[in-house]
Write a protein that binds this ligand. Structure first.
Ligand code: ADP
Ligand code: GLC
Length: 503
């Protein structure tokens, strides 16, 4: 199959979260399964420099602009996956992150940036970008690529489209004026199409027009059809439920493997767990914490946003402190969470360490050096960190939601007896429930045999990509075998306007 994989971030080119991990490893797994998969991203400066050798492949002129966009071609580092970077300096050549400036403020022209990206992806998809290549399917990811299925829907001989929701909470919403500036079909401004409560919604482009929608765990695929998790889109997702499924993300064990990880102080395996200790010491040093004999070390790494539930942890600091443990947090995000964590570290410098930054190496050390990984997310489409912590022999404490519910097996007596337990799970989103789970974990930590069994069960669990990649391949095949037409394309008029607006 010829597959075009469109994404706004991919490790090791550029990364803000798990989307990059998936986009850097799923295409590689598809390539290993002998598919012709090509990756396309915006040409951010960081991506250009990480990509190494690039050549100019073609110039394309897109609708809404007279300046041609350059397509650069190279390879996803360390792989045989062909890479295209959509180079429009006006949109992408700037310092800062892919969506925000260095101060954490959204770029004011994000709608124009990702509309341009979607137009470029659509041009490639229709073999109109001078590449002499026609994909059978375009795999789109998150709102930044949401316009692609909409732009392609009514094109004759178009590729199939799959839209993957990595996080429904980010929808790409913009006002009417922004919408009109994008020069897209006016009829898209309707609640059946891309309008959402008087705003223009990029993600609805994917949810309304893609041939199929999937999300990154079976549990989240069910949750998003309910009001509690649907972010207002649950009605639409219920309407499309016969074309909505969940495929659990894989983990890239070439990058996340404690036996080979070059970013650790000391590598180790399930048989040499005592070597984990050197990582704990290095982690304590990195966070300026003293060694405390017998104190378990709890760790968290992630974007500091409401989703991740760190507000619960901040609320519980006084109780956690009494429990003779240490806590380290690595992350950045919402100012109030950053401040709350910094204040806790100032108040309890011997027990709490906080680093407000993004640091790849430290993230690996934290997975290895912590005794327990804390992840009290309100919702979690998949969650990769708990999967990594399992592999690093660092049992996770998670809430029963999304992909965490699909990967972590609670240490109940029954699961312990069966040898399947690999972590600690709580249900209710409350400080009390989290604390009860922490207490259970601390109780287990004190019993060395049971603890080692739990660590080893986690290290043995296998969430590697080949299985998930097979599920994607089966889904792609199904879409190719069973093409669909969106009802819009049967109505007169819409087709013409759309065709004009595409490129
Ligand atoms: P999400 O995609 O919601 O951020 P995931 O658990 O799927 O959550 O993936 C998060 C990824 O981002 C992991 O690879 C994690 O190590 C990484 N990450 C998040 N914050 C940081 C940080 N501050 N420093 C280094 N890596 C980080
Ligand atoms: C999102 C989700 C996370 C998921 C990741 C990759 O950012 O928040 O749960 O693991 O995407 O799919």
């Amino acid at each position: 199959m010829n597959i075009l994989f469109a994404t706004s971030e991919a490790h090791p080119l550029i990364k803000t979260g798990g989307l990059a991990d998936v986009s850097g490893s799923l295409p590689r797994a598809l390539k290993a399964a002998k598919q012709e998969v090509r990756l396309v991203l915006p040409a951010y400066p960081a991506a250009i420099s990480a990509a190494g050798k690039l050549k100019l492949e073609s110039d394309i002129v897109l609708a809404g602009s007279h300046t041609p966009v350059r397509l650069l071609q190279g390879w996803l580092p360390g792989s045989r996956v062909r890479l295209y970077l959509v180079d429009s300096p006006q949109h992408f050549a700037r310092p800062g992150g892919p969506y925000q400036d260095d101060a954490g403020k959204e770029w004011p022209d994000n709608a124009a940036r990702f509309a341009l990206f979607a137009r470029a992806v659509s041009a490639i998809a229709m073999n109109r970008a001078g590449l002499d290549w026609r994909p059978d399917l375009v795999h789109c990811n998150d709102w930044q690529t949401g316009l692609v299925p909409a732009l392609l829907a009514c094109r004759a001989q178009r590729p199939a489209t799959l839209f993957t929701i990595h996080n429904l909470a980010y929808q790409g919403l913009f006002d009417w004026d922004t919408f009109t500036g994008l020069k897209l079909p006016q009829e898209w401004w309707s609640s059946e199409r891309l309008e959402f409560h008087d705003q223009f919604s990029f993600i609805k482009g994917g949810l309304v027009y893609a041939d199929w929608i999937n999300t990154v765990s079976p549990t989240y695929a069910r949750e998003i059809r309910t009001a509690a998790f649907g972010c207002g889109l649950e009605g639409l997702l219920q309407y499309r439920q016969d074309r909505l499924s969940g495929i659990l993300n894989g983990a890239d064990y070439r990058v996340w493997n404690p036996a080979k990880d070059k970013l650790l102080a000391q590598t180790y395996s399930a048989r040499t767990l005592e070597r984990k200790r050197a990582n704990k010491q290095a982690l304590q040093r990195a966070f300026g914490l003293p060694e405390r004999a017998g104190f378990p070390l709890l760790g968290h790494v992630g974007r500091l946003v409401d989703q991740k539930g760190l507000d619960l942890v901040i609320e519980l600091i006084p109780q956690l402190i009494q429990r003779r443990l240490q806590l380290v947090v690595l992350g950045s995000g919402q100012p109030e969470l950053e401040q709350g964590l910094r204040a806790a570290a100032r108040q309890y410098p011997e027990q709490i360490g906080v680093r407000i930054e993004y640091d790849e190496q430290l993230a690996h050390l934290l997975e290895a050096g912590s005794d327990l990984f804390l992840m009290p997310s309100r919702f979690e489409p998949c969650g990769l960190n708990q999967i990594y912590s399992l592999r690093y022999g660092t049992p996770p404490i998670v809430r029963h939601t999304g992909g965490m519910a699909d990967t972590v097996i609670d240490a109940t007596d029954e699961h312990l007896a069966a040898g399947s337990a690999n972590g600690f799970v709580f249900d209710e989103m409350s400080g009390e429930a989290l604390l009860a789970a922490v207490d259970r974990a601390l109780g287990c930590y004190g019993q060395s045999q049971q603890w080692t069994q739990l660590q080893r069960a986690g290290m043995a669990s296998d969430f590697s990509w080949p299985r998930s990649a097979d599920d994607y391949l089966a889904l792609y095949q199904r879409l190719l075998d069973d093409p669909v037409e969106h009802p819009d394309c049967r109505r007169r008029g819409v087709r013409n306007v759309q065709a004009e607006a595409v490129f």
